[in-house]
Design a protein around this ligand. Structure first.
Ligand code: BG6
Length: 495
C-alpha cells in the first residue's frame, strides 16, 4: 500500500528510541515501498553539530544491530539514507534554527507532517509553541507522543491541556507500542469474530485472568528516568492497563477509533479503586538484587543505579477487580518486572472447571481450559483443552494444545509494532492510539496505589535477579488458590 507523501520529524532524533525502534521501523517501511525517498523525508533533530556529524554512521550501526538477521541491505540503506537529514535544534528555545526547519518543511506544504516527540514530556509544551510560532501546524499535521504521559493525574492533565492549545485531539497520537503488536490485534479478531469465545467471555465461565510482562534487562541507559518512575508508571499505567482493557471491554459497536476508545474507557472507569488498606492487601512491589540472568551474574538495582538507597519498584504484582456485570468477582492479576527469569509477555485467560466430573479418577486429573495469548518472545495463541489419549485403549484424559499460532504458517512475517503504528499515523488512522481520557483515567486508578506505597513504612520486597519476582507475588495468587503460569512451565506442559 502506498501512503501519502510525508515528512517525519523526530525530536530526539539521535536518542535511544529513535535509533533502536523508530529508524528500524521506518527502514522497513521504505524497504516495503510504502514510503519512498522521492515523496518523503525523515528529519532528525540533534543537539549540536557534533551529534549531527556522527548521525549517519550511528544509524547504520543501529540498523544492523536492530533489524533481523539478513534484513539489512547496503543498497537499500544507501537509498534510504538519501531521505534522512539531521537538523541541529534546541527544542526548548526559539531561535533561528527553527526557521531552517520551517524552510525545509515549507518546500512541500501539502505533505503529511508527523512530529514525533522522542523527548522528555517536560519540553513537549515548549516544542509545540515553537512549532506554532513557525506556522508549522497545518491540518495535515500529526503529533505523536510517547508514554508515560506525565507522572500522575495532575501532570497528565497539564500536559494534555498544553498540547490541546496547539493540536486538536484528532491530531494527537498517544502511542503505546503494545497496541501495535500483531497478537494484540489478533486478540480482538478472536474475541469479536468467534461465537465460541464471546459466549464464554465473562464471570460465569472465566475464573481469572493473568497479564504478565517480564523482562531480563535492567536499567539499560535510563537510570535517572527509571528511578523517578518505577514499574508502575513505566509499564502498568500504560501497557498492562491497555491489555486489560482489550481483554475486558465490551464489543464496540463499530471498529472506529471513538467506539473502541469509549469501550476501553468504561473498563478503566470500572476498575475498583484501592484504599491504602486495599493496596497493602492486593499489591506487591519488588526490587531486584544481584543474581544470575541467563547464566550471567548481574548486579542489584542499587548497585546499577549507583545510589545507597531507593524505594523505586522494579517489579509489581496486582490483584485488580473490574466492578461491572461481566467481570464481577473475577480477579485480574497484573505482573511486570525487570531482571526476571525470562523475557515474556503473555495473557492467560483461565476458564472455570467443568461443573461435574463424569470420568472416574483413574482417567487422570482434569485441567480447566485456558487460552494463552503470547506476545513475546514469539507471538502465538494456544487453547488448552482436555481430550482422550488416542494411544490408550482405556480412557486416559490429557490436556492438548490447540495451536492458533499464525507465525508458524507465515515464517516470512515480521511483526514490528512501531512500523505498524507509524503507518497508522501517516495514514491518519487513530484506532490504536490512546485518547486523553484513557490516560487520565488510568492515572486516576494508579495514583492511590503509588501514594500508598510512598506512605507505607514497608520497603519493596527484594527478589533475586533471574527469578520470577518476590515470593509475595506467588502468595498473592495462592491466597485464592491460583498460581502464575510462567512461560517455561507452559512450554514444559506442552512438550
Ligand atoms: C517501554 C518501557 O515502554 O517498554 C521499557 O519504558 C520496557 O522499560 C519496554 O523495557 C518493553 O517493551 P517490549 O516491547 O520490549 O516488551
Amino acid at each position: 500500500m502506498n501512503y501519502q507523501a510525508s515528512d517525519i520529524i523526530i525530536f530526539g532524533g539521535a536518542g535511544d528510541l529513535s535509533l533502536r525502534k523508530l529508524l528500524p521501523a521506518i527502514y522497513r517501511i521504505y524497504s516495503e515501498g510504502s514510503l519512498n525517498a522521492d515523496s518523503s523525508s525523515v528529519l532528525l533533530s540533534c543537539r549540536d553539530d557534533e551529534e549531527a556529524a556522527g548521525l549517519m554512521p550511528e544509524i547504520e550501526k543501529h540498523l544492523k544491530l536492530n533489524l533481523a538477521p539478513g534484513e539489512f541491505s547496503q543498497t537499500l540503506w544507501e537509498q534510504f539514507s538519501q531521505s534522512i537529514q539531521a537538523v541541529v535544534l534546541n527544542i526548548a528555545e526559539h531561535n533561528e534554527q527553527w526557521s531552517l526547519l520551517a524552510e525545509h518543511l515549507n518546500r512541500n506544504p501539502d505533505r503529511v507532517r508527523v512530529f514525533y516527540m522522542a523527548i522528555p514530556p517536560a519540553i513537549y509544551g515548549a516544542c509545540c509553541e515553537n512549532l506554532s510560532t513557525e506556522g508549522l501546524i497545518s491540518a495535515n499535521t500529526r503529533l505523536v507522543v510517547e508514554k508515560p504521559i506525565g507522572y500522575d493525574t495532575e501532570s497528565a492533565i497539564a500536559i494534555n491541556n498544553k498540547m490541546a492549545e496547539f493540536f486538536s485531539e484528532e491530531q494527537l497520537y498517544r502511542i503505546d507500542h503494545y497496541l501495535g503488536k500483531e497478537t494484540v490485534q489478533n486478540l480482538l479478531a478472536l474475541r469479536f469474530n468467534n461465537l465460541l469465545f464471546e459466549q464464554l467471555w465473562d464471570a460465569k465461565s472465566i475464573d481469572h485472568v493473568q497479564i504478565s510482562i517480564s523482562e531480563m534487562v535492567g536499567l539499560e541507559k535510563r537510570a535517572s528516568f527509571y528511578d523517578g518512575a518505577g514499574a508502575m508508571r513505566d509499564m502498568v499505567q500504560n501497557h498492562l492497563l491497555q491489555l486489560l482493557c482489550l481483554i475486558a471491554m465490551e464489543p464496540p459497536h463499530k471498529l472506529s477509533a471513538n467506539s473502541i476508545r469509549q469501550e476501553k474507557l468504561k473498563v478503566l472507569e470500572s476498575l475498583r479503586p484501592m484504599s491504602r488498606g486495599d493496596v497493602l492487601a492486593n499489591t506487591v512491589r519488588g526490587q531486584y538484587v544481584a543474581g544470575e540472568v541467563a547464566g550471567e551474574l548481574k548486579s542489584g538495582y542499587l548497585e546499577e543505579l549507583g545510589k545507597p538507597s531507593s524505594t523505586t519498584e522494579t517489579f509489581v504484582a496486582i490483584r485488580a477487580h473490574i466492578d461491572n456485570w461481566r467481570w464481577s468477582k473475577v480477579p485480574f492479576y497484573l505482573r511486570t518486572g525487570k531482571r526476571m527469569n525470562k523475557r515474556s509477555a503473555e495473557i492467560v485467560v483461565q476458564f472455570k472447571d467443568v461443573s461435574h466430573r463424569l470420568y472416574p479418577g483413574e482417567a487422570g486429573a482434569l485441567q480447566a481450559n485456558k487460552l494463552v495469548i503470547r506476545l513475546q518472545p514469539d507471538e502465538s495463541m494456544q487453547l488448552v483443552l482436555m481430550a482422550k489419549n488416542l494411544q490408550k485403549l482405556e480412557t486416559e484424559l490429557q490436556p492438548v494444545t490447540l495451536n492458533l499460532n499464525f507465525a508458524d504458517e507465515h515464517k516470512e512475517f515480521r511483526s514490528d509494532a512501531y512500523k505498524r503504528l507509524l503507518l497508522d499515523v501517516v495514514g491518519g488512522n487513530p484506532s490504536l492510539f490512546i485518547h486523553r481520557d484513557e490516560v487520565e483515567q488510568a492515572w486516576n486508578w494508579c495514583d492511590p496505589i503509588i501514594d500508598a506505597w510512598q506512605n507505607s513504612p514497608r520497603q519493596p520486597h527484594l527478589y533475586r535477579s533471574g527469578s520470577w519476582g518476590p515470593e509475595g507475588s506467588d502468595q498473592l495468587l495462592a491466597e485464592q488458590g491460583h498460581q502464575w503460569f510462567n512461560l517455561a512451565e507452559i512450554d514444559k506442559a506442552n512438550t
